[in-house]
Design a protein around this ligand. Sequence first.
Ligand code: IPD
Ligand code: CA
Ligand code: CA
Length: 267
Amino acid sequence: MTVNDTALANRFALAKTLAAEAGAMALDYFNRRETLVIETKRDLQDVVSIADRNVETFLKERVAEIYATDGFLGEEFGHDEGSSGFTWVVDPIDGTAPFVNGMPTWCVSVAIVRDGEPVVGVIHVPCSDELYASAHGLGATLNDKPLRLDPARNLQNALTGVGCNSYVTPERFGAIITDLMQRGGNFIRNGSGALMLAYVAAGRLVGYYEPYMRAWDCMAGFCLVREAGGVTQPFPATGPALLEGHPVLAANRSSFEELLAIHMKHV
Ligand code: IPD
Ligand code: CA
Ligand code: CA
């Protein structure tokens, strides 16, 4: 093992431990969610609570204790640049809308980015007790079972995950759904883009498309999909671009080009 491999393997192990611990913490809040004060951010559909903030703080403090020179980007508290070359990119709760409304489709998403590429992607889904884990060159697993995508599945014979937020007009999103359905496809949305990307890696969905997402929503899922043998659209993640929104597209090899064509038609 080279020094680089060891640095990655050690961080991968920590990411799995922390995602599991953060998931347990988030689940405790979920089970007493009627006591949470729900606040809104950009609009009335963009919600947050102390659960999101405290889970992110927990992750940030634990990473800093062990890797003080690693960078850290989280949805709730922004970006601290590091000097080690590794940046942790974390969404403490992806799927906050399902979370506060009492639905189980939310997750903790932990990625590590190096040179603008996700090299670790771990997603913990407390309500279904699932841990999706991947690292560059080491494959992807779901509860320790290897994931490998099936090329026989495509937009026509499987489900495609989609998502949108208020950065995207209703007209544009409607046209995307129309296009997908005209091609014989069908869509599903469960309120967590990170979790739907993990479902792509697990072969439950054939692809995922959302016109505008942030790095904390998709980096872990991208690593999982790639390591399971799928394809992801390049997502700019160096310098200031790491903090900006970009299209998110991931699919198995048989579906990627068709999903990309839908995206390109409605940019
Ligand atoms: C959101 C979810 C949703 C997606 C939004 C995201 P949040 O993240 O992933 O599925 O459509 O674009 O912002 O707010 O639940 O962390
Ligand atoms: Ca998110
Ligand atoms: Ca979030």
